[in-house]
Design a protein around this ligand. Structure first.
Ligand code: HEC
Ligand code: HEC
Length: 389
């Protein structure tokens, strides 16, 4: 970054309090980008924090649109009109510090036609933070949920780590948004400029005595071409990535003995839902199975034990297999006693489980329409309604 950006975006003499002229500073794509990004970040934060997890679909879409916007903005930063270009606000660190000091000490701030140094630093910061947030988000989606383009390459552990990065940078993002809005208000007070209004109309006041501006034109055709090329390349890459089967999801063959012997009193449980040791322990104590006698002949016990050993939790890498691996020590054979199960279902009222079509908490398939695959996707939850006669 140079200290004097390569354009007319230099501080003019005097403050804009004496401004007289209005000039067009922000082109339409820059303004559209700004407000679209504001909406997507708003939707992302809202659906990420306060909405139930089945809003994940919308959250993920807000992420994809954010990526599209970021790519577009970087391209427009090269081919856009004068003040949209990154080079016009690539201020050096000293320049930025001086400007911040001016704002903080409430000294009359010098006027910049395009982005001022603090605003520019914020833009670069926001771009970087948003890139980290979207990439980590895609890793969480692929690793923890086994969805999206990275489902085949991101393990659960990677997704889990990415979730922490994601959360941390969302926090940083919110702090930056507060600073950004605060800066805009403060700067407006000090210079008498309405920066929000400028970002809507594209017009800004310039001080008396500013020489005529040498606007460089946008090159939308180049911008469209580069954006198009980028997304064709990305689509091709993602399509190939998406062909890799989701990591940690195993092809589960049906087992007649398991389904008939263990699906009588309750639905069959997906073998990934308990660690192998739990299955083996349970199979050795069927005569006292949750207060019932579920004993079987030796052949059936052996066959079912082998099946549950081959496809038990350790052989999967899904959200369910990882989370349900942490058991309640007092009830090592119970899925619904695991801390994760309890936490995930504590907002469901007890009477809901008593509805016809559900009956008991352990009737997973009543609400999770994809339980047979072991995925337990948020989008596949459908709680049966109370049927009235
Ligand atoms: C005689 C009826 C009966 C048979 C047969 C039976 N179960 Fe159960 N099972 C129960 C009852 C009752 C419970 C406890 C109530 C509940 O959780 O639904 C239970 C609970 C479970 C649970 C724990 C659910 C939870 O999270 O609390 C698992 C796992 C399970 N059974 C596996 C099996 C397997 C494997 C077999 C076949 C070997 C089997 N069951 C056969 C009656 C039976
Ligand atoms: C009454 C309906 C109902 C039953 C029965 C039920 N669940 Fe759920 N489950 C839900 C709901 C609703 C959520 C979403 C909670 C949330 O996101 O806040 C959920 C969340 C989950 C999740 C987390 C999904 C994710 O990606 O965050 C898992 C895993 C899960 N359930 C497994 C089970 C298993 C295993 C059983 C059976 C032992 C079961 N559930 C029984 C309704 C049910």
């Amino acid at each position: 970054m140079s200290d004097a950006p390569n354009s007319d975006n230099k501080p003019a003499n005097g403050t804009s309090k004496r401004a007289s002229r209005m000039v067009k500073v922000w082109d339409i794509p820059t303004r559209a980008f700004h407000w679209s990004l504001v909406s997507m970040v708003f939707i992302g934060i809202l659906t990420g924090y306060i909405a139930p997890e089945w809003w994940m679909g919308m959250h993920v879409w807000a992420g994809y649109i954010t990526v599209t916007l970021l790519v577009f903005r970087l391209v427009w930063g090269v081919f856009g009109s004068e003040y949209a270009r990154l080079e016009t606000f690539a201020f050096g660190p000293m320049h930025i510090l001086t400007h911040m000091k001016e704002i903080i000490t409430l000294r009359p701030v010098r006027h910049y036609i395009g982005h001022n140094p603090s605003g520019a630093a914020m833009i670069f910061g926001l771009l970087i933070v948003l890139i980290i947030i979207t990439i980590s988000g895609l890793l969480v989606l692929g690793g923890e949920e086994n969805q999206g383009a990275l489902a085949g390459v991101a393990s659960y552990a990677i997704g889990d780590m990415a979730a922490e990065v994601h959360a941390f940078f969302v926090f940083a993002l919110m702090a930056m948004i507060v600073m950004h809005v605060g800066g805009v208000i403060l700067e407006g007070r000090l210079t008498g400029e309405n920066l929000v209004h400028s970002m809507i109309t594209g017009l800004k006041k310039v001080p008396q005595g500013t020489p005529p501006l040498a606007h460089r034109r946008a090159r939308p055709l180049y911008a469209a071409l580069v954006t198009g090329l980028f997304f064709s390349g990305a689509a091709l890459g993602l399509e190939n990535l998406a062909k890799i089967p989701p990591s940690g999801l195993v092809q589960l063959p049906a087992n007649a003995a398991y389904e008939s012997e263990c699906g009588d009193c309750h639905g069959v449980f997906h073998p990934s839902l308990l660690p192998i040791a739990s299955w083996q322990g349970m199979m050795q104590s069927l005569e006292d199975h949750f207060g019932e006698d579920a004993s079987l002949d030796d052949d059936s016990v052996n066959e079912i034990t082998a099946y549950l050993t081959q496809f038990g939790g350790e052989n999967w890498d899904t959200e369910a297999s990882n989370r349900f691996a942490i058991l309640d020590p007092a009830k090592p054979y119970s899925i619904i006693a695991t801390p994760y199960w309890v936490r995930k279902h504590d907002e469901i009222k007890p009477e809901v489980f008593k509805r016809r079509g559900i009956g008991v908490k352990s009737n997973c398939g009543a609400c999770h329409t994809d339980h047979y695959s072991g995925r337990f996707d948020d989008q596949k939850i459908n709680i049966p309604e109370e049927k009235k006669k």
